[in-house]
Design a protein around this ligand. Structure first.
Ligand code: TYM
Length: 338
């Protein structure tokens, strides 16, 4: 049960497509370290995935793969609450209430809505627009204080804060107002082919993205093909504003090897891009291989995963139901007769 003296952390990843090194370095990698200090709640947000067309069998597989991945990346179900969003109906229920205090203008201005509308022009469904309200519900249901996410989610988090404050002002104090927790160097890992774009699950260029499931050869190949910045100087491996591609690779190297960026710059002084890229690949592979092995083991133990999911959903439902009944009462709904 939650320790009331601790603050609450909530985060989630969509089980859509292949999980990338960006998802890992910007979010999941950081979750494990928070488990001792905070009440941590980690969710596989399957309802969010439905905003783009999914093959049902694939969605089911991706969802379980992601549950196993969370654990393989260091989420300990004994310390954290780990569950699947659709197992806790309060997420969708709170979403409806928050919909009624959220303005259409706020949603149509969201960068991700605009981007996804462009990408899925044949399927601009109402869920795509409402997506940030469901995300706000995920967060606010648990009285969350901190949300460890990548930079691309900061705008959505700002909306969650606005909705919390708006509801509190209208109906009296109900929700904690959450804050984003960003990784210093990992909050925006860039595409390997275009350092002005983020590394994204939906990038059609396979070489732009390292997936957590990539084997060693694939990682080496993708990193070898990664774009660099033209520079023939002795110190070409430098973190600098005019070297966005190399800076991105240095961030990846630093986060996977544990060396600071400054240490890495020193290590690769006088070395060319070839040596550097191989070292980045080695560091990434050293991180991915144990995760892949552990994930495979976990997926073979269905009974264990089911027990984790049952306990997680029970815990989550308990907290979520408390918040939701408070919300229903405050807005004037009559409690069900028992
Ligand atoms: P999603 O599934 O797109 O991404 C999951 C997490 O990975 C981060 N991320 C990145 N970080 C650094 N560099 C990148 N290239 C990169 N790409 C992705 C994202 O910022 C995110 O933290 N809306 C969310 C899921 C969500 C959620 C929530 C998150 C739903 N409800 C409540 C936190 C709290 C999303 O689509 O993330």
């Amino acid at each position: 049960m939650a320790d009331e003296s601790k603050q609450t952390v909530f985060s989630g990843v969509q089980p859509t497509g292949k999980i990338t090194l960006g998802n890992y370095l910007g979010a999941i990698k950081n979750w494990g370290a928070l488990q001792q200090r905070y009440n941590c709640i980690y969710c596989v947000v399957d309802l969010h995935s439905l905003t783009v067309t999914q093959l049902p069998a694939e969605l089911r597989k991706n969802t379980l793969d992601l549950v196993a991945l969370y654990i393989a990346c260091g989420i300990d179900p004994q310390l954290s609450t780990l569950f699947i969003q659709s197992h806790v109906p309060q997420h969708a229920e709170l979403c409806w209430i928050l919909d009624t205090i959220c303005y259409v203008g706020e949603l149509s201005r969201m960068t991700q809505f605009k981007e996804k509308s462009r990408k899925h022009a044949d399927n601009i469904n109402a869920g795509l627009m409402n997506y940030p309200v469901l995300m706000a519900s995920d967060i606010l249901l648990y009285q969350t204080n901190l949300v460890p996410v990548g930079k691309d989610q900061v705008q959505h988090l700002e909306l969650a804060r606005n909705l919390a404050q708006r509801f509190n002002a209208r109906y009296s104090d109900t929700f904690a107002v959450p804050e984003a927790l960003l990784s210093k160097t990992g909050n925006s890992i860039k595409s390997l082919q275009d350092p002005s774009a983020k590394m994204s699950k939906s990038d059609p260029n396979d070489n732009a993205v390292i997936c957590l499931t990539d084997d060693a050869d694939t990682v080496v190949r993708k990193l070898r093909r990664a774009v660099t910045d033209s520079d023939s100087s002795f110190n070409c491996v430098r973190h600098a504003a005019d070297k966005p591609a190399v800076s991105n690779l240095l961030n990846i190297y630093s986060l996977t090897s544990g060396e600071t960026v400054a240490q890495a710059e020193k290590r690769f002084e006088g070395k060319g891009y070839g040596v550097f890229k191989q070292a980045v690949a080695d560091a990434v592979i050293a991180v991915l291989q144990p995760i892949q092995a552990r994930q495979k083991q976990l997926l073979a133990d269905k009974a264990y995963l089911e027990s984790v999911l049952k306990t997680g959903a029970d815990n989550a439902r308990y907290i979520a139901a408390k918040t939701l009944s408070k919300v229903y009462r405050k807005v004037g709904l009559i409690a069900p007769i028992r």
